[in-house]
Design a binder for this molecule. Sequence first.
Ligand SMILES: C[S@@+](CC[C@H](N)C(=O)[O-])C[C@H]1O[C@@H](n2cnc3c(N)ncnc32)[C@H](O)[C@@H]1O
Length: 227
Amino acid sequence: MDAHEWSPPAVRRAAGARSAEQLVFVREFLRAPLRTASVVPSSAALAERMVAPLLLRSPAQRAPVVLELGPGTGAFTAALHAAVPGMRYLGVEANPVMADHLAARFPGIDLVRGPASGFPGALAQRGLRTVDLVVSGLPWQAFAGPAGADLVPAIAAHLAPAGAHTQFTYSWSRWAPPGRRQHRALRRAFGRVDVSPTVWPNLPPAVVYTATRPRPGGDHAAATSSC
Ligand SMILES: C[S@@+](CC[C@H](N)C(=O)[O-])C[C@H]1O[C@@H](n2cnc3c(N)ncnc32)[C@H](O)[C@@H]1O
């Protein structure tokens, strides 16, 4: 880290940016609690877990295509850009306030303002046939209803065979019915679903599902799982 990043103005700017993000979260949570699903953005420790599959790629491989669903104010977006600055990024965010914040934080970012279920059309419009990593910060509510139920199979159908999909869930609610449904949906659509250890430095603590070996047809054989 450069010395100027620790200078008083730089530290003040970083602290100001963090408070602005937190304010957006609190306001949007009060307005739409189920869709926002958190009162604070995810931590850097959780972001590191979510983008980990990118770090396993060899530098000789082509620049990855990365799709982020529900980027919010950009906790994972920042980690993605830091991990692979040359990636082809596409974000899909339904909340216009979050989207405005993200666009201001990452000028020039390719961002679709709308529901995550619209991602196949957005990829097609851009001529992107497969994705190497799908990072999802989506809450349970996004997986409800007919469009939501199709989301996980659609992610598997658009993922490259060696690609990965990461989704986090809060540890305290992981065993509640919607959390179990989410895990089952991943196990149906992917040949392997790994569950990370609890990421304690996150509010609230969370685990990350990393789903690989997509089964685009959604065959119903049990996935290998570590949990
Ligand atoms: C728990 S926040 C996570 C934000 C960010 N990824 C983070 O971890 O700090 C959930 C995000 O998903 C967005 N969201 C909720 N439902 C959505 C949907 N159906 N389509 C796209 N985005 C959605 C919310 O607006 C919010 O930005």
